[in-house]
Design a protein around this ligand. Structure first.
Ligand SMILES: NC(=O)c1ccc[n+]([C@@H]2O[C@H](COP(=O)([O-])OP(=O)(O)OC[C@H]3O[C@@H](n4cnc5c(N)ncnc54)[C@H](OP(=O)(O)O)[C@@H]3O)[C@@H](O)[C@H]2O)c1
Length: 269
């Protein structure tokens, strides 16, 4: 028997989650809805087996589904919940809408709906995401079990107090973009400086994997690794000195503060 999973919203994160769920398995039946027909096309392209619904039929989608992922933008979430409310009794609902609190979700669904709030990141597509999540209070003991089992399909599922969600969003939700923002200029530099693109990509990614494995397998602090690499007068030292002169740590700190402030503002909206 295939598990029926519906996505309210067929955008970027819905494609990531649906792709992460399926990953070569045929045990999921997928439904997705979008506001416009064009909005559903990218979902259909990525997941041709999915059945698409227009937004007017969100209730039918929920009626069909055992598990429902709420994947619309934060400002659309409450309206969609109001629309589907009569169909939510007994459903498992996972909201990934940033800033939309469990309390506001619970107040818009039937009391028997089992609600999880989660904040996945992009590597969820390949089962290597990190997914902080929290459950509605007063839920049944079994809810913790199904939520964890479902979210572990996407990677590392970590139950976290809801008050920490803005921080988790700034660090974990946005995290892959920070890493890729750092990698993009490395690859550009490699290409401009004469390395073949495929070789540059293979070596740069392996270097990053190696650095991560070193941190995982030892108790070295990343700052120690930087210091260990800095022979006075040496080559790494020349590069890191420029990063320091340019105030890259302060820049990153400002970027994190901006993300955290934005996530907190959404929570309070
Ligand atoms: N992107 C991420 O990395 C990420 C990570 C974690 C959490 N999130 C959260 O995920 C949510 C969606 O983000 P996104 O980046 O996936 O946005 P997105 O690409 O803009 O996708 C939003 C989707 O919602 C659809 N939609 C809008 N109103 C609808 C309605 N009434 N009924 C059904 N579908 C409707 C849109 O359809 P149309 O295209 O036709 O307008 C679109 O398919 C946000 O709340 C965000 O906070 C995103």
């Amino acid at each position: 028997m295939r598990t029926k999973v519906g996505f309210l919203g067929a955008g970027r994160i819905a494609r990531v989650l649906a792709g992460g769920l399926v990953r070569g398995e045929d045990s999921w039946e997928l439904f997705a809805s979008s506001r416009t027909r064009a909005g559903g096309e990218a979902f259909r392209k990525a997941l041709p087996q999915a059945r698409l619904y227009p937004e007017e039929r969100n209730r039918d989608l929920v009626g069909e589904s055992e598990i429902v992922f709420l994947c619309v933008r934060p400002q659309e979430a409450i309206g969609v919940l109001r629309q589907i409310r009569p169909m939510t009794a007994g459903k498992r609902i996972v909201s990934v809408a940033a800033g939309v609190s469990l309390a506001s979700i619970l107040s818009e669904v039937e009391p028997s709906a089992r609600v999880v709030r989660a904040m996945p990141n992009l590597p969820s597509l390949i089962g290597q995401g990190v997914i902080p999540y929290c459950l509605g209070s007063g839920r049944e003991a079994g809810d913790r079990e199904w939520a964890k089992r479902l979210l572990e399909r996407f990677g590392e599922a970590v139950e976290l107090e809801e008050s920490l969600f803005p921080l988790a969003t700034a660090l974990i939700g946005c995290g892959p973009a920070y890493v890729c923002a750092f990698l993009a200029p490395l690859l550009r530099f490699a290409a401009e400086s004469g390395l073949r693109a495929a070789e540059a990509r293979r070596m740069v990614l392996a270097t990053v994997s190696g650095a991560l494995a070193l941190l995982r397998q030892t108790d070295l602090d990343p700052a120690e690794v930087v210091q260990e690499s800095r022979t006075p007068g040496g080559i790494t030292n020349a590069a890191v000195s420029v990063l320091e002169e340019e105030g890259w740590q302060e820049t990153l700190r400002r970027a994190l503060d901006a993300a955290w402030s934005r996530a907190k503002a959404l929570e309070e909206a």
